[in-house]
Ligand binder design. Structure first.
Ligand code: DGY
Length: 329
């Protein structure tokens, strides 16, 4: 592969639209693997030695994958979560990592509420039921849902997105708010009358448990068989964070045995989820990881990721530098 040497090279690997590529081309040589041209992974690996910057999402990147990326200066992730990246390795190599916080907070919180509402009021299940022509008399109590307003909402991980979910619950649905996490949030306790609980206490008290923690070694399988057993039989678990935060087989068992009322899920241990016992469960709402998937938000994320990449490669400190220790002005 021969490339003009004056511009730096960007490898755009996914969630990068043609418009974004055009914009990137103003400042950089851009390589964008294309499925029409053969194996995407091969194209990605072939381009790595030339790349000064990577932009995209959904690839695990660490020592093994980046060994040949000798010129790499920055990885700009089009996501807020950065559990796919080996930050220690990036630090060792002096590679900058950037993400896209803030711009997806409200859309992701909206989706948490879509899952809360859908699970509680059986929206997806009853939509399928209606379309299957089952509505021939008044709906029997066996198909009734449960209220959302006034119920207790437990937020596990009161970061920006957790707070946005809590605001919807407090101001929109008159829900008492409980939260757990590493630190007390006194301002939010005042704003939302939120009360701090240990995780175990929160699980035992909340009617809706919403998981909003980032994935890390500490949060992997934070919710397993023991934790599910602490939840009320009438409670609903909502996961908008990362799949591995929940021990999925344990959740499936709890749903099959109805030891909890239901689950609203946007994320899974293995994605994409093509087959799962969850698909047989009426008390599970399953969405395909769409927390940030609105036109407006994805565009805002792309813009933010592009700005981060541009800054990093043009010698300015990027706005959303995950590992500031590698920044050398
Ligand atoms: C994120 O940005 O981390 C969301 O999960 C979308 O990928």
């Amino acid at each position: 592969m021969s490339l003009p040497s004056t511009k730096k090279t960007v490898l755009a690997f996914s969630r990068v639209s043609p418009e974004m590529i055009e914009r990137l081309q103003q400042d950089f040589n851009v390589i964008a693997p294309n499925p029409k041209l053969g194996d995407i992974n091969q194209q990605f690996n072939d381009a790595l030695p030339h790349a000064h910057g990577l932009i995209g999402v959904g690839r695990k990147l660490g020592r093994q994958q980046l060994e040949n990326a000798k010129q790499l200066e920055v990885v700009s992730s089009v996501s807020v979560g950065y559990d796919n990246y080996d930050v220690d390795y990036f630090n060792e190599r002096g590679i900058m990592l950037t993400n896209t916080p803030d711009v997806l907070t409200e859309s992701t919180a909206d989706l948490a509420f879509a899952l809360i509402m859908s699970s509680a009021r059986r929206v997806a299940e009853l939509d399928a039921w209606t379309k299957a022509g089952q509505w021939q008399a008044s709906v029997p109590p066996a198909l009734f849902g449960c209220d959302v307003h006034g119920k207790t909402l437990g937020i596990v991980g009161m970061g920006n997105i957790g707070a946005a979910v809590a605001r919807r619950g407090h101001f929109g649905f008159n829900m008492p708010i409980l939260y757990s996490g590493n630190s007390r949030k006194t301002a939010l306790e005042q704003e939302l009358a939120a009360q701090y609980r240990s995780l175990d206490q929160l699980l035992a008290e909340a009617d809706f448990v919403c998981l909003v923690v980032p994935l890390s070694d500490k949060t992997k399988h934070l919710i397993g068989q023991r934790e599910l057993a602490l939840m009320k039989p009438s409670a609903i678990l909502v996961n908008i964070s990362r799949g591995p935060v929940v021990d999925e087989p344990a959740l499936i068992q709890a749903l099959q045995n109805a030891t909890i009322r239901g689950a609203g899920l946007d994320v899974y241990e293995k994605e994409p989820l093509a087959q799962s016992p969850l698909f047989q469960l009426k008390n599970a709402v399953t969405l395909p990881h769409i927390g940030s998937a609105t036109h407006e938000t994805r565009e805002a994320m792309a813009n933010r990721a592009l700005a981060n990449l541009r800054s990093a490669l043009l010698g300015e400190r990027p706005q959303d530098l995950v590992n500031p220790q590698v920044w050398t002005a």
